[in-house]
Design a protein around this ligand. Structure first.
Ligand SMILES: C[S@@+](CC[C@H](N)C(=O)[O-])C[C@H]1O[C@@H](n2cnc3c(N)ncnc32)[C@H](O)[C@@H]1O
Length: 299
């Protein structure tokens, strides 16, 4: 993962003067509904804690969600964390009127202070998978990871699901899912990708294509050409199996990834009501699983 992250649309020159976060709220399905839900989840946590919380919005983009939280919970410290220069500048402008809000422009793994709420909204599929250990290290007692994302609608077969249930480790090798220590070793040593994993990648691409067609049509029908053009570029990025910075996985795979990194799923919220092949947005609340502090360190 490059720290400049200039290769995705968020850092590209043609989007320099566009507030991508703001236009996505209008021309892309489900994002603003997700904002509302996440603000409610944080507000409930604030009420239950009985004290102001420290909240980070990892990969905040231009800070739209951070601002909604700062407005709703003015006594909470809200950190918008964004590494790409354009959206970070936009976030700084947007958050300027909010005294308890700030922008942190280094990679999330450089943040060292404890956090009550860690939000990753649309960012999980852009972040290096190692960031989950950092999340666990920073969460306070009773803290939560709110992970909301645009997933690839579910594409795992029952057989894939069974394989995941039995996997003690999962890892992506060149974008292919590997689900055992032997598969990981074979990939690292010889670049070997198992047949089941190639089939799964084919399913991922086909499912994604169907989803992106829906998103692009949605934008064009409403006249949001910038969203449509951005999504066409994102589609291409995501279809390239080895492009790590844009790689949407299915909800089941991400749930399993969190489990193997020592997180317990406290809640799962679905956004939008569509058939499964167009169901992309989910918001999870994850907490560290009991006795899991050394889950990563042990491996
Ligand atoms: C899809 S955007 C997220 C949109 C944003 N959350 C919103 O609500 O509009 C993902 C963002 O993650 C940022 N990002 C990628 N790697 C990061 C890292 N290591 N630390 C912080 N931000 C990162 C990217 O620059 C990009 O702006």
């Amino acid at each position: 993962m490059s720290t400049e992250n200039i290769s995705t649309v968020y850092g590209r020159e043609e989007f320099k003067r566009v507030d991508v976060g703001a236009v996505m709220r209008e021309g892309h399905p489900d994002i603003s509904d997700g904002d509302q839900l996440i603000v409610e989840l944080v507000a409930k946590r604030r009420q239950a804690a009985g004290r102001p919380l420290t909240v980070i919005d990892v990969g905040s983009g231009s800070g739209v969600l951070s601002e909604l939280i700062a407005q709703r919970l003015p006594d909470c410290r809200v950190i918008a964390n964004e590494i790409a220069p354009n959206p970070a500048r936009q976030a700084r402008e947007r958050l300027a009127p909010h005294p308890r809000a700030e922008v942190f422009t280094e990679s999330f793994t450089e943040w060292k202070e404890p956090l009550d709420v860690i939000i990753s909204w649309g960012s999980h599929h852009h972040l290096p998978h190692s960031h989950l250990q950092h999340v666990r290290d920073l969460l306070t007692e009773g803290g939560v990871l709110i992970l909301g994302d645009e997933f690839c609608p579910e594409y795992c077969t029952d057989e894939n699901a069974e394989r995941l249930r039995n996997a003690e480790v999962i890892e992506l090798g060149g974008g292919y899912l590997l689900a055992s220590a032997e598969e990981i070793e074979a990939y690292r040593e010889h670049g070997t990708v198992p047949e089941w994993s190639r089939d799964l990648e084919d399913r991922r691409r086909r499912t994604l294509w169907n989803w992106y067609k829906f998103v692009i049509d949605y934008a064009i029908e409403r006249g949001y050409w910038q969203v449509a053009i951005a999504e066409m570029q994102i589609t291409k990025d995501d279809m390239v199996t080895s492009f790590e910075e844009e790689h949407k996985l299915s909800p089941l795979i991400v749930e399993h990834e969190l489990a193997v990194h020592g997180f317990e799923q406290a809640a799962k919220h679905v956004i939008g009501e569509r058939p499964a092949e167009l169901q992309s947005f989910f918001v999870y609340e994850f907490v560290p699983a009991a006795g899991s502090a050394d889950a990563d360190a042990d491996r």
